[in-house]
Design a protein around this ligand. Sequence first.
Ligand SMILES: Cc1ncc(COP(=O)(O)O)c(C=O)c1O
Length: 352
Amino acid sequence: MSKYWSDLVTQLQPYTPGEQPSMTNITKLNTNENPFGPSPLVLSAMASILNQDLRLYPPPGADGLKEAVAKYYNLNANQVFLGNGSDEVLAHVFNGLLKQSEPLLFPDISYSFYPVFCKLYDINYKKIPLTDDLSLDLENYKRPNGGIIFPNPNAPTGRVLPLKAIEQLLKRNQHSVVVVDEAYIDFGGQSAVALINQYDNLIVVQTMSKARSLAGMRIGYALGSAQLIEGLERVKNSFNSYPLGHLQIAAGIAAFEDEAYFDDTRKQVIASREWLSAQLKGLNFDVLPSAANFLFIRHEQNSADAIAAQLRNLGIIVRHFKQPRIEEFLRITVGTEAQNRQLINALENLLE
Ligand SMILES: Cc1ncc(COP(=O)(O)O)c(C=O)c1O
């Protein structure tokens, strides 16, 4: 606290990201990173631009990457907005599109950055409770609103909504922007990108941090109608002209070009998720159905807090949200096969 802080800064409740421990001999299953490294093509593309040209500013619109994303999704380049991680993209979406007189709606159990952005940008919001089994029911969003945002698959539950339900929401909610945060969509579920050319109030936000193994590069994007994207460009160009550097642009383009690697690694993550889910059920965990690269689990007899602490003593870090409704759950990122086996062995011993 300082007397020099503005009232706004004094009142902020910043987001706390999952821990990035400095120890190397740790099994890190707490922040939904990909267990596989990026495509070798990404590494060579980055190496090839490590030269004197780094003295130059990058293209402000990160044009080559914008075109690669547009091509991949069969959109025009003016339907793509890029940012420094999808967190930054989301920040501009909140600031530029979701600050309206009616409240913004989002699930009570969801990505915990949403209420933080609302505080930062002074956005009126209302949390809509998930159902008792932690499902997202879009029927509960039939109320006046200045926008709707939810992750699909949802985080931290992993549950996914069918495209049909999202289309129905878009049909009956044409007066405000609907944002589908698809950070995990490549691990399961149908992307709402298919609806962009029919609904000009739809924004789909995606990231290269998860299925494309590039959390360390900070690349996210929004896809939508040219008018909505232009609104985001106006915000970005009033904030930071160059959110993506040369290395990020090169890495992003190469990752989109290596479709074989992307498909192979995400299929392996999906197969590991199913294996892990079956093993955990065998140890008496409730495992929510997940379309993401993590599982949300609860044990019949043992508290989440105790399990997380015991795993930590064994060098395995998982995520525990000490938050009403979900304090008995743990969120576990799908790791490498060896990490997943290590987790199951550790749990077998702990729960004996
Ligand atoms: C639902 C959701 N949206 C967005 C993000 C942000 O991802 P990034 O800023 O790495 O693109 C995350 C990160 O965990 C997430 O879980």
